[in-house]
Design a protein around this ligand. Sequence first.
Ligand code: PEP
Ligand code: MN
Length: 266
Amino acid sequence: MKIEKMSDWEFGFPNDGPIIISGPCSAESYDQLLFSCTGVANQGAHILRAGIWKPRTRPNSFEGIGEKALPWLKEAGRITRLPVIIEVATPWHIEAALNHDIDMLWIGTRTTVSPFAMQEIAQVLSGTNIPVFVKNPINPDVNLWLGAIERLSLAGLKQLVAIHRGFNVPDSSPYRNLPMWEIPLRLKEIIPEIELICDPSHICGSRSLLMEVSKKALELGYKGLMIESHIQPEIALSDPSQQVTPEVLGEMINALSPSFSLHYQD
Ligand code: PEP
Ligand code: MN
């Protein structure tokens, strides 16, 4: 299955396996982005991801390379013939993304949590039909997640997907963010038509747990995985301990393929 530009993709998820969204946590340089994206495309990724504006907990750490990476990402999409997705958090981010014809957007966990931010985002997106993937709020509150999705839906957006990336709770060990699988399942009960994607990278925080969490998500019927992959994870400017090389991504996809078939027909 190959997804061409999003406008060609009749929205909905294919029946022959989960969607793999992959690429680096952050775009860092033209070469790093292009090598990482072509690497994951060669391993079977369907959608390319990269953070351009990074929500860092404290100032003066790497806050993303900004707008200048947008043409780089489109170039990666052109070379691989895959759609590209970035995180947006402000109306200005959205304007820049739309001006550069970015195919899809995701809302980060620290934005989903804010009804004011979500209302502004919904207003700016109104009139577009761009696919928007909404990560769960950082705290375990299904209503905030639901509210963010509802605001987008009320603005007329129809191509909405939920991403489960775990919850920031006092005791999340051994994970970076506790999965609390019952919360996304509750969301799915409330909005049965929403598809769930799992982001094991931000749940785990470390490479060693990725397989187990990815497998669990596929067994629960998730329609895809968003996995961070960097050409040189150990020197990544953000999230170095949870990113995998494109080769390791390929090994993961192969090892997970028995779980792929659980909920899909041939
Ligand atoms: C990311 O995907 O790189 C990211 C910052 O995600 P989250 O909003 O889940 O922390
Ligand atoms: Mn990250």
